[in-house]
Design a protein around this ligand. Structure first.
Ligand code: NAD
Ligand code: UDP
Length: 313
């Protein structure tokens, strides 16, 4: 297959690209490097099937040749990063999604949207099934991400209904693993890097808010299963193993053998209090569930960060 991936220099895009390349497919990676890492592109550049196009998908994209799949993963994804790039984030999910839907139509390709558990906002239903409509502050600081992802879902489903386009929508819950950007501020990478450097682990609020953490290989397997079924509506992909952020900090300290102290910092505005996927649909539809327990996934991730952390001290 010939596959286009936007956001290929990012954490998830590079994992997806690598798995497709390993299976012998041709991958055209598109990225403007807003939050991506060159080291991910260097890794992908070792495969002969990989081509990179530096482009900003907020603007229409010209691509030569046929395409079987268009994966739209481009978007800042870490809260501190998207809060620094508010208009860029809105537009990559709104205009960017439109351009990639149009490209998919023009090429007769299937379209795959990387959506997010953030469409549930600060959820009042727990765990969250796909049928829950969410609790999103439409003008809060996180709305630039949440609302533009909700729009991207609405637009994708409309292209399916109006044009018959073949689409998939993955609602991705917090995912972690090797090749995360050590400096993009997400909780798993931040805690591991802080622990390895002997710096304080910064817990926001009192750390009682929860998240559920999925190892990246499990997520990518979920993407592959979703490609196989012709289901055009959102499917939650995540690991229901739920942690309080404070407990995650303790676990990271234990796994790294670090004696870093834990310090408390103000809770960001609208930070969701709880999050856990209901993955009944993914189990039923895709025969999928995560295989890697959080403790084991964190151990693998710590191994990776031990190698890179020397370069960022
Ligand atoms: P990331 O920041 O590592 O990767 C995103 C990539 O998109 C970066 O390489 C960035 O440079 C690129 N990009 C941003 N704006 C662009 C633009 N206008 N044109 C071209 N490229 C652009 O983030 P990630 O964790 O790999 O997330 C990938 C996708 O998955 C995002 O759409 C994100 O919303 C979604 N997602 C991720 C998670 C997670 O836990 N990692 C959870 C939910 C949803
Ligand atoms: N968090 C934290 N310390 C950090 C980074 C994040 O306590 O250094 C908290 C954050 O407030 C949130 C949770 O960890 O409650 C997950 O944050 P992340 O940015 O990884 O993703 P989110 O799920 O909020 O998009």
């Amino acid at each position: 297959m010939r596959v286009l991936i936007t956001g290929a220099a990012g954490f998830l895009g590079s994992h997806l690209a690598e798995r497709l390349l390993k299976e012998g497919h041709e991958v055209l990676g598109v990225d403007n490097l807003a939050t991506g890492q060159r080291r991910n592109l260097e890794r992908l550049g070792r495969y002969s099937g990989f081509t990179f196009l530096q482009a900003d998908v907020r603007y229409p994209l010209e691509v030569e040749g046929p395409l079987d799949w268009v994966f739209h993963l481009a978007s800042p994804a870490s809260p501190p990063r998207y809060l620094r790039l508010p208009l860029e984030t809105l537009l990559v999910n709104a205009e960017g999604t439109r351009h990639l839907l149009d490209l998919s139509l023009a090429k007769g390709a299937n379209f795959f949207l990387a959506s997010t558990s953030e469409v549930y906002g600060d959820p009042l239903v727990h765990p969250q099934p796909e049928t829950y409509w969410g609790n999103v502050n439409p003008i809060g600081p996180r709305s630039i991400y949440d609302e533009s992802k909700r729009y991207a879902e609405a637009l994708s489903v409309a292209y399916h209904r109006v044009h018959g386009l073949s689409i998939r929508i993955a609602r991705i819950f917090n995912t972690y693993g090797p090749f995360m950007d050590p400096e993009d501020g997400r909780v798993v990478s931040s805690f591991i890097v802080q622990a390895l450097k002997g710096e304080p682990l910064t817990v926001y609020g009192d750390g009682s808010q929860t998240r559920s953490f999925c190892y990246v290989d499990d997520l990518v397997e979920g993407f592959f299963r979703l490609m196989e079924v012709g289901y055009p509506y959102p499917v939650n992909l995540g690991n229901p193993e739920e942690y309080r952020v404070l407990d995650l900090a303790h676990l990271v300290r234990e796994l790294t053998g670090s004696s870093s102290p834990i310090v408390f910092r103000p809770l960001p505005e609208d930070d969701p209090k709880q999050r856990r996927p209901d993955i009944s649909l993914a189990k039923r539809l895709l025969g999928w569930e995560p295989k890697v327990p959080v403790r084991e996934g964190l151990e693998r991730t710590v191994l990776y960060f031990r190698e890179v952390v020397d370069h960022i001290v």
